[in-house]
Design a protein. Structure first.
Length: 189
């Protein structure tokens, strides 16, 4: 009778991989918005997954995604502290940023408009103050529930709801301003 001998470490690695890897893209997206740099996001995600794996045996929650997001948030905050104040500076979103969504391109004109709108949305989200930016990314991009967001950022659900409403309002106002700016520029020419 042949028995399969699986080491406890190999079993832990398999369970972690099965639970955590499906959320890698979402964790990376949040890291990109928080750190505003592809290289820093790569490092933060790697550190997040290393910490999560190290403490995986102690994880008793039901949802891995909010747990990973909370770890990532702590990693990013530590990076902000290490930079000692440079985190508040706005950095340009690099060209290698992954698109937040993709649709079939029906025509070159439609593709250009979608690309322009996508870049505008990324820039507007990136310009939001940090608490609003992280809340809207967690909800509208990573699809976490209000309760999961509250757990990740350590605030009451009401605060999450309020930040989300404010962030959406700020985005709406900024979008409207950005739509009217080209008209003003054309008139001044």
């Amino acid at each position: 009778m042949a028995t399969s001998l699986v080491s406890p470490d190999a079993d832990k690695a398999r369970r972690f991989r099965d639970a955590a890897l499906p959320h890698l893209d979402d964790v990376y997206t949040l890291a990109r918005y928080l750190l505003r740099s592809a290289a820093d996001a790569d490092d933060a995600v790697q550190e997040c997954y290393l910490r999560a794996f190290r403490h995986f045996d102690g994880f008793r929650g039901q949802a891995v995604k909010p747990w990973l997001m909370a770890i990532l948030r702590n990693v990013c905050r530590a990076e902000f502290a290490r930079r000692s104040g440079t985190a508040a500076e706005l950095a340009d979103v690099t060209e290698d940023a992954l698109p937040l969504w993709q649709e079939a391109e029906s025509s070159p004109e439609a593709a250009v408009l979608r690309q322009r709108d996508s870049a505008t949305v990324r820039a507007l989200v990136a310009a939001l103050p940090e608490p609003f930016r992280e809340t809207i990314v967690l909800r509208d991009i990573n699809d976490l529930s209000y309760r999961e967001i509250a757990e990740v950022i350590g605030t009451p659900v009401g605060t999450v709801m309020s930040r989300l409403a404010r962030a959406r309002s700020m985005l709406r106002e900024a979008w409207l301003r950005s739509e009217h700016e080209p008209e003003c520029e054309e008139r001044s020419l």
